[in-house]
Design a protein around this ligand. Structure first.
Ligand code: SAM
Length: 411
């Protein structure tokens, strides 16, 4: 039986929390079931006293909220696709698309609205109505729900102090960063360490996994270790490109290096499902699959090459503006593994950050191959051996990134 912990909607709850702190009783409620949190030890007239701390403990026992890919709502897409092409290519359809995006942005209150600009390239006024706009992850068949029971959380009051010796979140971040730092010493140019962010939320260290404070941490919403979960702050636009289909462009402001841009959202699929879909997308010549095979997942394995990735994100049927990020051989963004409310190390969120300053209206791109230097070395090695460069059914697209050191083709 699941623990039934219901804290009645009480307009005074927040007031109580503010006045007495989180260790104080907030309610005495019926709480039943064998898995009632062990932290409930005091009772009033037979009812357990729920404190904020025991409430947080009890929350771990409740089923967590998550989305299943099979429940993706697609009636709007079906209706739009049933309309004549002339309507779908009208300015009105573009306004509808922008409104749909706006509606899905309730989880990022400071995010500027996303505009779809008509630059006269091509016939389409909006991207195809082939996907559900969402900032969330949708779990495919065989993908387990988030592991919330094993989340480590901090008991910090107010904003977490990166220098704290007791903050469980800074300890966890330190532990995961240590393989990437020479002699365990953080560079002086890296304020905020061991958190990966400085006090303004700018990412200080690229290429390492991020461990943010989570839903069970006691710290406040403005804690410096809550950047991805606070949502996008920078303006982005969806614009048609000459040779790469739709793309994502910065707004009127320069975006500094290390800025959070968005989550590569979509369906989280098993490797097998991703592989099957990959064959179809290769025939189609357009793919939105991202394989979760970050370097840190190999740490600790006897043979790093024996690593087998478990999950893939597919943004074809569901996703947000990040699904329009094109590839560049000289990228200004990268995807970083970010952990928040799931303790399963194989299921990070894919967070997009800038890796250099981005000019106003510049296109935002990341490398579909990860580190480009490694990719170049790999290609040179394969060429020397005369080995085939990629999988049999891969459809090669000429890379149109336009960078001076472009490797020439995609996939
Ligand atoms: C994740 S989607 C990016 C959004 C895509 N442009 C669209 O219109 O939906 C990946 C696809 O975009 C195209 N693409 C991305 N980067 C490209 C590049 N550098 N050169 C040519 N095509 C590119 C390829 O068709 C690729 O399969």
């Amino acid at each position: 039986m699941e623990a039934a912990v219901l804290l009645h909607q009480n307009p005074f709850q927040d007031g109580l929390r503010d006045s007495f702190g989180r260790g104080c009783p907030v309610a005495a409620l019926p709480l039943a079931g064998p898995s009632s949190p062990s932290s409930v030890t005091e009772f009033i007239r037979g009812y357990p006293i729920i404190t904020w701390r025991s409430f947080a403990a009890a929350q771990r026992l409740l089923p967590s909220r998550y989305n299943l890919a099979k429940d993706l709502p697609h009636s709007l897409q079906d209706r739009m696709n049933a309309l004549p092409v002339s309507y779908r290519n009208s300015d009105f359809a573009r306004t509808v698309f922008e409104e749909v995006i706006l509606e899905a942005m309730t989880d990022e209150p400071s995010a500027p609205p996303i505009k779809i600009y008509d630059n006269g390239i091509g016939e389409e006024t909006t991207p195809p109505w082939e996907f559900v706009y969402t900032n969330e992850m949708w779990l495919g068949d065989g993908v387990p729900p988030p592991d919330v029971r094993n989340l480590t959380s901090c008991g910090c009051q107010g904003r977490c102090d990166p220098k704290s010796k007791t903050c469980a979140c800074s300890k966890r971040q330190m532990q995961w960063l240590s393989p990437y730092i020479r002699d365990g010493v953080f560079p002086a140019t890296w304020p905020g360490s061991p958190f990966v962010y400085d006090s303004k939320g700018i990412l200080q260290r690229e290429g390492c996994p991020i461990f943010e404070c989570n839903q069970f941490c006691d710290c406040d919403d403005d804690c410096p270790n809550r950047v991805v979960q606070s949502g996008r702050k920078w303006a982005v636009n969806i614009v048609r490109t000459e040779q790469k289909g739709w793309g994502v462009f910065a707004g009127a402001k320069r975006i500094p290096r290390g800025s959070y841009i968005g989550i590569y959202a979509g369906e989280l699929l098993t490797e097998q499902e991703g592989e099957d879909r990959g064959h179809l997308y290769n025939v189609f010549g357009r793919t939105y699959l991202f394989t979760i095979d970050f370097h840190h997942l190999r740490i600790g394995l006897e043979d790093e090459d024996s690593f087998e990735n478990m999950y893939v994100v597919d943004a074809y049927h569901a996703g947000n503006f990040t699904r329009f990020l094109n590839h560049s051989c000289d990228p200004n963004c990268e995807i970083v593994a970010c952990y928040i409310n799931d303790a399963d190390v194989n299921k990070p969120l894919l967070a997009v950050f800038t890796i250099r300053d981005v000019d106003p209206w510049e296109e935002l791109c990341f490398s579909y191959y990860g580190d480009m230097e490694t990719k170049r070395e790999e290609l040179a090695e394969q060429k020397a051996k005369g080995a085939p460069i990629s999988r049999q059914d891969a459809v090669y697209v000429r890379c149109a990134c336009g960078s001076a050191n472009c490797i020439g083709k995609l996939f």
